[in-house]
Structure formats: structure tokens, C-alpha cells
Design a protein around this ligand. Structure first.
Ligand SMILES: *[C@@H]1O[C@H](CO)[C@@H](O)[C@H](O)[C@H]1NC(C)=O
Ligand SMILES: *[C@@H]1O[C@H](CO)[C@@H](O)[C@H](O)[C@H]1NC(C)=O
Length: 735
């Protein structure tokens, strides 16, 4: 231990000459500099092969005030490495304008990890997927002339290289790569590109090669990996993502076997149930991977956190990104998962000397039984005894001893004799998460959002229907499409009362239809397909009638080949049937456009602007009105328990606290699915182990403590559907 610590990081910066050099060489044998390399077995850090245990914590999904505690809990949980993506779209919101402050302070986050004595795996991407808005790409990128994303396209490669260079040079100037004395031991370029390459062929292969050599050319002196990359370019390590990865083999047999995303659960979508993954099965997946030569595994996620603001992506991803991770969204321990995995890490650490210095000998003593033994020349021995039967326990004989194995489990014997851990034997009590109301009866005031009309001076007119994002540039979820139709007094429906039928086809994701300023109906897309069709009878009068369609996106897509080409908004056809003439097609009419809500342009979520409009309180409080802003003030509750808002009385919209956006709320979207018994035994299927069927997909919304002042906090809610704010409760999260 002493020797290895003497050969540690700081030495990279020491210029060693002459006698010193000889002296150090003697003490540290062959290792002189801080280095990171690898062989087929494992990563080698400062001359030492390591089994590396890693977990994903994404810095923008929590607050800087939460980071030290999350990192400490990760360390206490036995992690060696924190893995994070780099989120291009928050760092470069407009070309050349950078933001690395607050939740986006990447350098601060990495330095906190370093202070805790852990390493960093930096996944620069810059395509990151991650259920993050637009997969991490800034929306402006899509509008660079001639650009095509994630392929052999010059304008794209220029922008991508620019950002990757920016991040690498930041890391270098802060001395954050391991050979410089920093914590970063590996980086990632691109992300899950294999499936795209498979689909697009030659240009994809050329692009992947370019990406790898561009990255390697930046000379970070730490290895680069590419995950889910079936044809890895030579200079990078191909790695596996999944629920299980024991059968994965790197294409190059001299690369180590790495598991970059071991899914600890799954994300939740509005309209879908909440997935869970049992701790026993995660531990089983880890043990299977390690007993098959695996030497790096990363929990995706270790702390999932929150999609604050409008950062959740367009698969209706919820504001909560809890992911059923070992540390929950609120930073509390998710038990028994956290402790069960912590105990697993202790067992693996005991096995490390044998694991890094030998290959396993595998035997099959009986049906569904498997024994892996690692025996090093220096005498270390570790054994893994497996039972792959999902139903029945079994007895395994190993070196004249008998061992009982529960179904679907692996026992770990760090000395080849004594079982210190079994993946299916959980010794920690489950946590009992609760939300306890601390504030009821908040006193609300309301402001009704005005329906714009195409004659307003802040609208513009175009012929036909246009893609939503090309209009909003994603500065808002909302885009108004407005047109006026003239109804002749001799129209038959005016006399018969048979109202005409309005049909609106939209590429998604949600739609509110206003006729002459009154809400006439609402429609929204489904989980698999975000396209929607609104069909409803509409009340029209003789003369001019205003049709105003408010289309809302719920995040931009983040996945799929050329996901950036998917459209959103009302693209038509839009038709009116039941007129004297039969059907009138409004698709090619002249349409007025207005980006965003009036309340958004006045920044009603912020303290200053909220006093600039007439708010109605008391008897003039809006009652269950659609398209209404609500505000109230509250004091911070005592103590340190994490806080949330129970939004179960509301429909759909957005929430701000003291001007900071908590995210989108949509408790009105009820989870469809089959919830039922969740057994740990048997291959995990994310379509099972579901919770909250028939209930809102997300009821509670995290309010970070650090966003509150002791008193007079401003809470603003924009509500689309006409929910009842008197039901909103501030709650404390406890486990
Ligand atoms: C472990 O790696 C060695 C060397 O590549 C290989 O021969 C062996 O089959 C691997 N064992 C398992 C269980 O994957
Ligand atoms: C637009 O109209 C509003 C009121 O209807 C007015 O206050 C504002 O000054 C006008 N803006 C422009 C640019 O004409």
C-alpha cells in the first residue's frame, strides 16, 4: 500500500532527474510517472491493474449544494469512479456563448470528485442521448447551413470538434486529467453510435473513424472509449451498455472488458408507469460480469436526479429522473439497493488481487450451476458460485464443501472458502419513502393568459403550416398557430345547430384548441408515437371566427437515426367539415404565428416581473381555468429534509420557484401499463416491475433546498388544463 501511494498522482508533475530518478525507480519499480493505460485484463493506473467500480451522477440534474453529499455517498457506497456526460446544450446555448456557472459548473463538480479521492469518467459525447433535450445538442446546431448531425458531414464535424476541443482544453488547463495529477482516468467520444452506423453504412463508418482519431489527437493521455460501438476504430475501447453484459467481448482482444451503462432501473415517461429494478438482479448482473473477466462497471444511474427546466427529452420524459438509482432523486439512500450494492463492492474489493492477476477457470458441476475460480500465481484465490435457475435453490459442491445457493444468484468467496456475499441475500431493510405535507392552504393569486390573435403586433404571418421548432428555436414549449375564417350567415349549421367538425393533425406533442378565445379542446400524443389528431365539434358564429391552436412540445427528441429531423407542431391537414360546401381545408391558408406565452415573455416566473401584471386573489381568483398563471408565497420549512411539491390537483404546465424552473408538471397524464409482482429472479424485463399504473406518472416535483430563502419564496405555476391550485402541497421527503 505504501509503495503504491508513494507512486501516486503528484509524481506526474515532478521533474525527476539523475539520482532522484534512480531512487524513485528503485522504490517504485517500473512506474515513474502517473499514467493510465490498460491491457486485456483491466485499466492500469500508476502501474496497478484495477477493478473499477463506477456510478453515473449528472451534474446538471442536481444542485452544486447537493454535489458534495452525493459524491460522499457514492464514495461510502464503494465507488472508485464517478461518470458523467458533458451537456453541450447547457454549456453553449448560443454559438460561441458559453455557460459554466451554477449547475453547469463542470470544473467544480470534477474538483469535488477529486477532493473526495475518486476518479472521473468524462463522457464528452457531445451527442449524449441521456433522455436529455435534443440528446444534448444545442438546437441552433440543426440550423447551421449544410449540416447533418452524427455523420460524415463537414459542418457538423467542425462544430463537434470545436466543442470537444473546448472541453478538453478546459480540463487540461485545470490539470484534471490523471497524468496531470487530476481525477479523469478515461473519456468517451460519441455515444451508442453502433446502431446508427449499422443503419447508415459507409458515411457512418467514416464518421466513427474520424471521431475516434479526432479525440485521440487531442492527447489527453488517458484512454478514450466508445460505448455500443460494434466496429470500434483502433485507438478506442469499445464497451457495453445494458441490463446484463457478461457475454460482451471487446472486438480487440487486447482491450479490457467494460460495462459503461449498467441500468439500475429505467426512466419514467409521462403517461407511463414507474419502472423498478430489484437490487438482487443488479448485483447478479455485476457478479456475472466480473466473473467473466469484466473489470470496469458503471451504474447508470447511481443518482438520477431531476430534469429541471425544460431539459427532459421528447419521449415525454418526466421531470423526475430518479431511475430507481441507489441514491434517489432527492439525494436520500434508496434501500435496500444502496447497501446491497455497497456490500457487493466490499466483496469484489476483497477479490481484487485474484481478479486482476488471473483468468477464471470455469466449471459446470450441475444443471444451471457454474463455478468461476480466479487463482493467481502469487496464491490469491477468489471463487464465484452461480445458480442460474430462476425458480429453485440448489446445492453446489466446491473444493469438498457444500454451498446453498438461492435461485438466480451468485455467491462470492474472496478466499475460495468463505462466502462473504450472495447476490440474492439482502440484509438491509427497504426504505419507506414518504412525502409529508408541511404547507397546506397556500394563498394563491391568478392571472389568465391571454389568447393571442393574428392581428396582434407581436405575431407574424406565413402561408401554410410550419414546423414548430423552426419557429420557436425551442425558446419555449409553446407555439400559437392562428387563423381567421369567415362564416356566411347562410351556412346551414347556424340554423340546424349541427356544429362543424374541426380536425387538426399535429406532429406533437400536445395541443390546445381555442375558438374565439375560448378553449374548445385538448389533445396529446402517446408514448410510442407523439403524433396526435384533434377532432371536435366547434362553436362558430356568422362572420369572422378566430381559430387559435396552441401547440406544446414536451422536450425535443434525443434518440434514433437523424432524430433531429423529426418535426413537431401542427403540420396539418387542418380541416373543417359540415359546411355548406362540405369540407374546407385550412392547411394552406395564411396562418399567424406567435412564439411562447405572454406570461413567458413577461418572465412571470421571476420575482421582479410577477408584480407587473394584475393578479386576481380572493373572490377574483380564477377557478379551474385553463391557461392560467398562479402565484403564492411561502416560508422555507425548518430542517434539512428535501422538499417537493405535490401537484396531484393539477393537469399540465410548468413550475418556478424564485425564478428558477423546477420543470414541467403533468400529473394529468395517468400511467397506462400492467403493474404487478416484481420478482428478482429471471432475466430482467423493463416492461415488468412497474409502479403507479392508473395513477399520475409523476405526482411530486423536487424543490431544491438551496433555491429557497428563509421566508417569502415566490412559487409560480402555469397551468394549461384548469387544475385546482388549492390542492398543491409543499411536502417533506423522508425515507
Ligand atoms: C477470460 O479471458 C481469457 C483471455 O482472453 C479467455 O481465454 C477466457 O475465455 C475468458 N473467460 C471468460 C469466462 O470470459
Ligand atoms: C404592440 O401593442 C401593444 C398593445 O397592444 C403596445 O403596448 C406595444 O407598444 C405594441 N408594440 C409595437 C412594437 O408596436
Amino acid at each position: 500500500m505504501l509503495m503504491s501511494s508513494m507512486c501516486n498522482k503528484n509524481m506526474g508533475s515532478i521533474k525527476i532527474v539523475g539520482l532522484m530518478m534512480v531512487l524513485f525507480s528503485l522504490v517504485c519499480s517500473s512506474v515513474v510517472n502517473a499514467t493510465v493505460s490498460y491491457d486485456d485484463k483491466a485499466f492500469i493506473i500508476n502501474g496497478k491493474r484495477r477493478i473499477l467500480i463506477s456510478g453515473s451522477i449528472h451534474y446538471p440534474r442536481s444542485t452544486p449544494e447537493m454535489w458534495p453529499d452525493l459524491i460522499q455517498k457514492a464514495k461510502d457506497g464503494g465507488l472508485d469512479v464517478i461518470q458523467t456526460y458533458v451537456f453541450w446544450n447547457v454549456h453553449e446555448p448560443s454559438p460561441g456563448k458559453y455557460d459554466f456557472g451554477g449547475r453547469y459548473d463542470l470544473v467544480k463538480f470534477i474538483k469535488l470528485v477529486q477532493q473526495a479521492g475518486l476518479y472521473v469518467h468524462l463522457r464528452i459525447g457531445p451527442y449524449i442521448c441521456a433522455e436529455w433535450n435534443f440528446g444534448g445538442f444545442p438546437v441552433w446546431l440543426k440550423y447551421v447551413p449544410g449540416i447533418e448531425l452524427r455523420t460524415d458531414n463537414e459542418p457538423f464535424k467542425v462544430k463537434m470538434q470545436g466543442f470537444v476541443e473546448k472541453i478538453v482544453s478546459m480540463m487540461k488547463s485545470e490539470k484534471l486529467f490523471e497524468p496531470q495529477g487530476g481525477p479523469i482516468i478515461m473519456s468517451q467520444i460519441e455515444n451508442e453510435y453502433g446502431p446508427v452506423e449499422w443503419e447508415i453504412g459507409a458515411p457512418g463508418t467514416a464518421y466513427a473513424k474520424w471521431a475516434a482519431s479526432m479525440a485521440v489527437g487531442l492527447k489527453t493521455d488517458v484512454p478514450w472509449i466508445m460505448c455500443k460501438q460494434e466496429h470500434p476504430p483502433d485507438q478506442v475501447i469499445d464497451t457495453c451498455n445494458g441490463f446484463y453484459c457478461e457475454n460482451f467481448q471487446p472486438k480487440n482482444p487486447s482491450n479490457p472488458k467494460m460495462f459503461t451503462e449498467l441500468w439500475t432501473g429505467w426512466f419514467t415517461q409521462f403517461g407511463g408507469p414507474v419502472p423498478r429494478r430489484p437490487a438482487e438482479d443488479i448485483a447478479f448482473s455485476v457478479a456475472r460480469f466480473v466473473q467473466n473477466n469484466g473489470s470496469f462497471f458503471n451504474y447508470y444511474m447511481y443518482h438520477g436526479g431531476t430534469n429541471f427546466g425544460r431539459t427532459g427529452s421528447g419521449l415525454f420524459v418526466t421531470t423526475s429522473y430518479d431511475y430507481d438509482a441507489p441514491i434517489d432523486e432527492y439525494g436520500l439512500l434508496n434501500e435496500p439497493k444502496y447497501s446491497h450494492l455497497t456490500n457487493l463492492h466490499k466483496a469484489i474489493n476483497l477479490c481484487e488481487p485474484a481478479l486482476v492477476s488471473s483468468y477464471p477457470t470455469v466449471t459446470w458441476p450441475g444443471k444451471n450451476q457454474e463455478i468461476h475460480v480466479f487463482r493467481s500465481t502469487s496464491g490469491a484465490c477468489a471463487a464465484f458460485l452461480s445458480n442460474f435457475d430462476p425458480q429453485f435453490s440448489t446445492k453446489v459442491f466446491f473444493e469438498n464443501m457444500e454451498y446453498d445457493l438461492p435461485p438466480w444468484s451468485i455467491s462470492i468467496l474472496p478466499d475460495c472458502k468463505k462466502v462473504v456475499y450472495n447476490t440474492a441475500t439482502v440484509s438491509t431493510k427497504s426504505s419507506d419513502p414518504k412525502f409529508i405535507p408541511v404547507e397546506n392552504g397556500l394563498s394563491w393569486e391568478s392571472y389568465i393568459e391571454t389568447t393571442p390573435s393574428s392581428s396582434d403586433n407581436d405575431t407574424f404571418t406565413k402561408d401554410g403550416l410550419l414546423d414548430q421548432v423552426s419557429m420557436t428555436m425551442d425558446t419555449s414549449d409553446y407555439l400559437w398557430y392562428m387563423t381567421e375564417i369567415n362564416i356566411a350567415p347562410e351556412e346551414g349549421f347556424l340554423k340546424t345547430g349541427q356544429d362543424p367538425l374541426l380536425t387538426v393533425m399535429s406532429a406533437g406533442h400536445a395541443l390546445n384548441v381555442f375558438i374565439n378565445g375560448k378553449l374548445s379542446g385538448t389533445s396529446y400524443g402517446g408514448l410510442e408515437n407523439t403524433k396526435l389528431t384533434f377532432e371536435g365539434k366547434v362553436k362558430l358564429t356568422a362572420g369572422i371566427n378566430k381559430i387559435s391552436l396552441c401547440s406544446a412540445t414536451v422536450g425535443l427528441p434525443n434518440i434514433g437515426t437523424h432524430f433531429e429531423k423529426q418535426s413537431a407542431g401542427v403540420l396539418g391537414p387542418v380541416t373543417l367539415t359540415g359546411l355548406n360546401e362540405g369540407t374546407r381545408d385550412l392547411t394552406k391558408e395564411s396562418w399567424g404565428y406567435k412564439v411562447g406565452l405572454k406570461g413567458e415573455s413577461m418572465n412571470l416566473g421571476t420575482t421582479a416581473a410577477s408584480s407587473s401584471v394584475e393578479w386576481g386573489g380572493g373572490s377574483s381568483l380564477a377557478q379551474k381555468q385553463p391557461f392560467t398563471w398562479y402565484k403564492t408565497n411561502f416560508n422555507a420549512p425548518d430542517g434539512n429534509d428535501p422538499l417537493a411539491l405535490d401537484m396531484s390537483s393539477m393537469g399540465k404546465g410548468q413550475i418556478w420557484i424564485n425564478g428558477q424552473s423546477i420543470g414541467r408538471h403533468w400529473p394529468g397524464y395517468i400511467a397506462k401499463g400492467n403493474c404487478g409482482e416484481c420478482s428478482y429472479a429471471g432475466t430482467y424485463d423493463e416492461k415488468k416491475c412497474l409502479n403507479y399504473c392508473g395513477q399520475p406518472s409523476q405526482t411530486w416535483y423536487h424543490v431544491p433546498r438551496s433555491w429557497l430563502k428563509p421566508s417569502g419564496n415566490l412559487l409560480v405555476v402555469f397551468e394549461e388544463w384548469g387544475g385546482d391550485p388549492s390542492g398543491i402541497k409543499l411536502v417533506r421527503r423522508t425515507v
